[in-house]
Design a protein. Structure first.
Length: 253
């Protein structure tokens, strides 16, 4: 076993929503650090699988609709059967619905909360139960948001869910630290992904956004690599309950 505290050699990570964008960037970074991967989502993450396998790591695909928490136990069992264990969980999958708060519907509210908060909690619970039963500890990394700190506009369920993610990260860290489980979160800023393509293409909004980011650029999914590897590794063994912004300085302005 490597003495490098950032090495993930021999570890297995379960990552949700890893077919593109931030999830793919984090999954590839974990593989680069030595981890094998179980990738969970509704669509086939073929490109992510190719990138992971090119690094000589395993990539096991689990097809599941994370809009429901009904199958979290089966997801964990599938990952364990394929890879031997789940040492790291990255709760990346998330959705957003935009509408004025005065017009927001129960369907728009529930669909976002189910993926972003409910399934995140119960998948974390299922993984933690397995870690505790095996007495081996582990790492859980939740993906929060700038809207874990700010209010935003026209995204009430997203803001509520991501504020909830920050809160859950703290309480789960409080309860599970005694079992050797570290629970932390990452809050990405503005990243160049498919989800932000419209903002990047809007000349006015793009200029406004870049004008507030001290780093002067949109984030690249690879920029999350260092944070997710750190929080997944022995290097973060005494880090608990934090939400780490990776935002180019957005919140500092």
């Amino acid at each position: 076993m490597s003495q490098n505290p950032f090495s993930l050699e021999g570890k297995c990570a379960l990552v949700t929503g890893a077919n593109t964008g931030l999830g793919q960037g984090m999954a590839v970074a974990l593989a680069e650090a030595g981890a094998d991967l179980a990738l969970v989502g509704r669509s086939q993450p073929d490109d992510t699988v190719r990138k992971i396998e090119a690094l000589g790591r395993k990539a096991h695909v689990i097809t599941a609709d994370l809009g429901s928490a009904d199958h979290v136990t089966e997801i964990v069992a599938d990952a364990k059967s394929a890879l031997g264990s789940v040492d790291i969980l990255v709760n990346n999958a998330g959705i957003i619905k935009r509408n004025d708060s005065i017009d927001f519907t129960p369907e728009e509210w529930d669909s976002v909360m189910n993926v972003n908060l409910r399934t995140l909690f119960f998948l974390s619970q299922a993984v933690a139960r397995d870690m505790i039963a095996g007495q081996r500890g582990g790492k859980i990394i939740n993906i929060a948001s700038m809207l874990s700190f700010q209010g935003g506009i026209r995204v009430p369920s997203y803001t509520a869910s991501k504020s909830g993610v920050a809160g859950l990260t703290k309480i789960l860290a409080n309860e599970w630290a005694k079992h050797g489980i570290n629970v932390n979160a990452i809050a990405p800023g503005y990243f160049a992904t498919n989800n932000t393509a419209a903002l990047q293409a809007d000349e006015t909004r793009n200029r406004e956004i870049l004008g507030r980011i001290p780093s002067g650029r949109w984030g690249d999914p690879s920029d999350l690599g260092g944070a997710v590897v750190f929080l997944s590794s022995r290097a973060s063994d005494y880090v608990q309950g934090i939400t780490l912004p990776v935002d180019g300085g957005w919140l500092a302005r």
